[in-house]
Design a protein around this ligand. Structure first.
Ligand SMILES: [Fe+2]
Length: 200
């Protein structure tokens, strides 16, 4: 987890709180992924059913744990209170193109974070090169071919024990965004999108 730069600010973004969050969720889910993958190798593939079977249950929880780890890694990777990084000109241009302005993007992102039960994210859709905000109530929900650029965990476990309210937590998160990580992810997404269009 990249939390070394996170200073004590709102307790929810303290190194200690984030490390505990990491231990209880993605780290625990990483162990479960290994366990499920080992069990899947031995699962009976002859007794299968779309309502219930052992293989189906294993695969469902495998997707849950895998997406939990991926989303948490993005989330921890885009937090910092150094406040020395800013959105790149490329990111600002794309926000203006797809949202009208960074202020409009933030307004929508904030509102989605207030009504999501789990995650909110800014993503780059590799099918059409458009930036969109998304939310999901649970780890397995999401849209295919979208690369996450900025991810926020709004499950209660992420803030209830250390923040007076969800809105304060989201406001604090916006101040703690590690924009250099978001800029880097956007560069990667743009390169991948260009390559896909060259090949396809
Ligand atoms: Fe979490």
């Amino acid at each position: 987890m990249d939390s070394d730069n996170v200073q004590k600010n709102l307790p929810v973004f303290s190194k200690e709180f984030l490390e505990e969050h990491y231990r209880l969720y993605p780290a625990a889910h990483q162990n479960k992924i290994k366990e499920i993958e080992a069990r899947m190798l031995k699962a009976d593939t002859t007794i299968v059913n779309p309502t219930y079977c052992h293989l189906r249950s294993l695969k469902k929880e495998h997707t849950y744990a895998l997406n939990s780890v991926k989303l948490h890694e993005y989330f921890f990777g885009n937090i910092s209170t150094e406040k020395d990084s800013l959105p790149s000109p490329e990111l600002l241009n794309m926000m203006e193109l797809h949202f009208g302005s960074i202020q409009e993007w933030e307004k929508q992102f904030f509102a989605l974070a207030m009504c999501s039960r789990g995650w909110v994210l800014l993503g780059f859709d590799l099918d059409d090169g458009v930036l969109r905000n998304f939310f999901s109530d649970n780890h397995p929900e999401g849209v295919w071919s979208v690369l996450p650029l900025l991810v926020l965990d709004v499950f209660e476990h992420a803030y209830c024990a250390a923040s007076p309210s969800r809105s304060v937590y989201i406001q604090e998160f916006i101040k703690c965004v590690k924009w250099e990580a978001v800029n880097r992810r956007l560069n990667v997404a743009n390169e991948v999108y260009k390559k896909i269009n060259e090949i396809m």
